[in-house]
Structure formats: C-alpha cells, structure tokens
Write a protein that binds this ligand. Sequence first.
Ligand code: SF4
Length: 381
Amino acid sequence: MAFFTPKWYNTFGSCPLAVACGAYLETAPGAVLPQNPRILGSKTLRLAWETSRTTESEGEAGHLPHHTRYGAQRAGGRDREGESRMKIPVNCKLCPRECGSDRRTGIGFCGGGAQVKVARAALHFWEEPCISGKQGSGTVFFSGCPLKCCFCQNYTISAQNFGKEIPVSRLAEIFLELQEQGAHNINLVNPMHFAPWVAEALEQVRGKLKIPVVCNTGGYDKVQTLRMLEGYVDIYLPDLKYADSARAGRYSCAPDYFAVAQKAITEMVRQVGPPVFGPDGMLQKGVVIRHLALPHGVKDSIQVLQWIAQQFAKGEVLLSLMSQYTPFFRSGEFPEINRRISSYEYGKVLSYAAGLGLEGYCQEKSSAKEEYTPDFDLQGV
Ligand code: SF4
C-alpha cells in the first residue's frame, strides 16, 4: 500500500538522483540506460512463469470457493437458483499465516472476520500516473492486514483495524458508485484476506463495471488465493518489500516474505500478462511492482531489483520505485529505520534500477510527506 505525490519521473534514468549516484550503473551486469522508456506492447515476450510457476497443490485451499473466477468458471458464481455459493472460511488459510481462524465466528490474525471491513472508498490521486490519471483511482481501503509492518503508514486501518463491516452487496454498490464518480479504475487496497468476498462483489457487478480492477497488495499473498481473483483483476500492484529474510522478519514479522512474494508476483504476471495502456495513457492491464526503498536498505533493494530483472523479460512488468518512506507507527522501536532515506541511498537504488534496464516510475525524493496519507473516516463506505 502506498501513495504518491504528483511529482513523478517516468523513467529511472531521468531522475537527477540516478545520475548523481551513477556509480552503481557500472556495477550492474550489462548495464545500459534505457534509450527509449516506452513500454513494449509485446505479445511476443515469453512469460517467465512458464518455467518457474509455483507448484502449490490445487487442493490446499480446498475450503475456499473455486467458483469465483471469471475465467474458466466465470459464470459459476451462482448455483442453479442464482444464489451465491461463496463460503466463509471455517479454517482460514487464505494468506500465508494460515492461522486457521473460523471466520464465521472469529477474527483472524489479519483482523478479518465474517464480513468485509472497509475504512474508505473514494477517488484517490496519489498513485502512479497511469493509475490515478486526472480523474482519480476509485480506491477502496480494506481494514486489517496479514503483514505486520512496523512502518505501516496506514496502521490505523491495517494494525488497529479501523473500519466498518459491510455486506458484499454494499461493496458491489461501492464499486459502481466510484465508477459513477468518474474513477479510472477500482483500486482494491489490501483486499486479499477478503478475497472470496471481493470476488463475490465483483461477480455481482459483472457486466456493469466497465473500468479496470486494480489489486493493490503487500505482496505477501498465496497463489491459491490469488487464483480466486483470476479474471476479475486486470492490474496487480504488489509491493516487493524485501529480499532479506532477516529484515522481513524484523520489520514485518514475515521471514518467508521474499519466497512468498516471488511466487505471488509470478502468478500475477501469469494472470494478466504484460502492461497494456489505453489511448489516454491509463494502464488497462499488467503488473506494477512497487519497491519502497528503506533506510540502510540499499543492498536489499538491489537484490529485489536483480530478481525482477532476472525473472521477467524486459517490458513484462513495470517497476515503481518509491522514496516516500516515513517512519510511521512503530518505526521508533527500530533505530536503524527511524529516519527517512537519504538522497544518496535512494539515488543508488534508482541508478541500479536504471542500469538493469527496468522500466516504470519513480518518485521525487521529497515525496515523503505525512499529509499524503488519506483520512480514514469511512468516506464512501
Ligand atoms: S487471511 Fe487472516 S484469518 Fe485467514 S489465514 Fe490469513 S491471517 Fe488468518
């Protein structure tokens, strides 16, 4: 989950910081600055997932509804009487925590219970330009979170679980209301612990919702759960926070983060393919991988970038490199990250991304501002 200021660069090489810290360009293997940052509309790209996709067994999440995909079972969201077949997990394994909560009666480790919980649904203007555009992204903020990031800027809803429980039918209405307001897309922020509910709501608006659906996650997602949204989601916007398991354990209580996120992002790319833009420059389809540069994290950031470059063909995914880290929430308990990143650190990461030939977006260093976090006041809920 992340928010952006209007200050953007469309390529990494165009940011002055990348030039100022260009030493890393020399160390990146085969480093060449992109001459033409335009995204390849490539139908010919070989998808990396073909050789590396997960081997998670199909039956692992057997308690979950499999009817909710638009794809092979797109019309299968209803039984013969037209009633929903969505089932609330009784032994929840929707996310990698696999806490086993009976979601009908209890609250899971993520804070999720029997109903969808939402903190805000409104037009949002601080995502990447290809998501927010001029009219804004129709953003729905879900409460709770399976990750426990000590620096979460949305901690009031993620960790403290602020929000309002609503029925699936209301969530479906919200999607249509945001479309009516002129949203470029429906932007589901941190929805995966409510995946069956979200799929059901999207099923209810099938044929009425004409704008792309964006799934904005922390990257700590199970492949089986992502498959519940296959065919409903057009754009994935995952974080890829860490490669280092010690850092992932220390800051997000998830030492397995990188292994999980690698599989998840590969699955996302399998589902939606390479980026496709509309004539207005808005993203219609594809995966944008977000990486938030952290203090004392250059080495880890470089590992993250290396994996992206190795895993995906050029132009197959977009990278969004973020400088906006601000020590929110419990960051003070971790002195080494209890500050903003330096221009030198961010410049090194930017330069490395440019050297790898990755394409996408980056933020101006001054983007780290608390005022860009929206008020969670149940607007639109
Ligand atoms: S989604 Fe929530 S309830 Fe389900 S396994 Fe994960 S933490 Fe537990």
